[in-house]
Design a protein around this ligand. Structure first.
Ligand SMILES: O=C(O)CCC(=O)C(=O)O
Ligand SMILES: [Fe+2]
Length: 345
């Protein structure tokens, strides 16, 4: 059974199956989870129960997706979706105002678009996905992926809640109806000089479960002001805290900056980040931390260039408009202007 940390890796390794090994082991897991996500905000998750067969299928279907002819991919162009779903070509996305060197498809839970003109802005995020006609298996696979990772995420959230001295189900109402998880399948092509695959950022949701193709480095995590390499561990997910859990814990848990540097020329790298999010209109509850933990809460990060919203939809919309400005201008110019964007930014 693995322990909480591994000397050869820069991030802790946590084995989720310890939760089913009796009360004492489960409590020890929760302590390790709390410590890892207070101190680092990132860890490797093993023992998660997601079958390796499903993981392998996801990576291989992901590869096939990016091997489709350009016209097939552009038939799913995100710029045609007011809901920010579909394909983004290489260089079509921005992080911190700079171009990311990856291509990707964004897939999220499908629900009827909201047409009420008085609805809150963030309901534009709700709607259908764009599916590739030439890869029909993607739809079922992505749906299964999201369902499986929802279960893992809820198990982790219950463990966090207890580890923070709250009832295990404290977060459940936010997720009970219409949770809004989201995945990307991304491909980072090789580039000279280890450039920006995706620029430094925090994830905006509750937590992220990232699967990276075997043997493909490039993910870096900020720790004590340094960039630390976080290479993939076979069969493990890389898990990190999103901004909403930082808000929920007044900064006791840490949404950590991370980035991906491009592979070397001639190589590429597939990854599948899954972002767990509650209902778009849910406000993440604030946990009343026990005094000894409250004393170590750092407060929520205040960055004028990245205001954090406790309402999930607001936080997600902020990040979508920033990263996909072409989609914003094509479908939501009034929202772009309201957020202070200018057309030639
Ligand atoms: O592809 C990766 O390894 C990480 C991607 C990421 O951080 C993101 O899309 O938020
Ligand atoms: Fe991220």
């Amino acid at each position: 059974m693995s322990t909480s940390t591994s000397s050869s890796l820069s991030l802790p390794v946590l084995d989720l199956s310890r939760l089913a090994c009796g009360d004492e082991e489960a409590a020890a897991f929760r302590d390790d989870l709390r410590r890892a996500t207070h101190e680092v905000g990132f860890f490797y998750l093993t023992g998660h129960g997601v079958p390796q067969e499903l993981i392998d299928r996801m990576i291989s279907v992901g590869r096939k997706l990016f091997e489709l002819p350009e016209a097939d991919k552009l038939a799913l162009n995100m710029v045609d979706s007011p809901h920010f779903r579909g394909y983004t070509r290489i260089g079509g996305e921005l992080t911190q105002g700079a171009v990311d060197w990856r291509e990707q498809i964004d897939i999220a839970t499908e629900r009827e678009p909201v047409t009420d003109p008085d609805a809150e802005d963030f309901w534009v995020l709700q709607g259908p996905n764009q599916w590739p006609a030439a890869l029909p298996e993607l739809r079922e696979l992505a749906t299964e992926w999201i369902e499986r990772l929802n279960d893992v995420s809820l198990t982790l959230l219950h463990a966090w809640a207890e580890a923070l001295g709250a009832p295990a189900d404290v977060f459940d109402p936010a997720f009970a109806e219409r949770p809004a998880p989201h995945i990307k399948i991304a491909r980072y092509p090789g580039k000279e000089d280890a450039g920006q695959g995706v620029g430094a950022h925090k994830d905006l949701g509750v937590l992220t479960l990232l699967y990276v193709e075997e043997g493909k480095g490039g993910l870096q995590v900020e720790r004590d002001g340094q960039w630390i390499d976080a290479p993939p561990v076979s069969g493990a997910f890389v898990v990190n805290i999103g901004e909403l859990l930082e808000i929920a814990t007044n900064g006791y848990l840490k949404a950590t900056m991370h980035r991906v540097v491009s592979p070397a020329p001639g190589q590429d790298r597939i990854s599948v980040p899954y972002f767990y999010g509650p209902a778009l209109d849910a406000t993440i509850p604030t946990i009343d931390l026990p005094p000894e933990l409250a004393a170590e809460a750092r407060g929520v990060t205040r960055d004028p260039s990245n205001p954090l919203h406790p309402v999930f939809g607001k936080n997600w919309l902020k990040s979508r408009l920033r990263a996909h400005q072409d989609v914003g201008w094509a479908h939501h110019p009034e929202l772009m202007e309201a957020q202070g964007f200018t057309r030639d930014a």
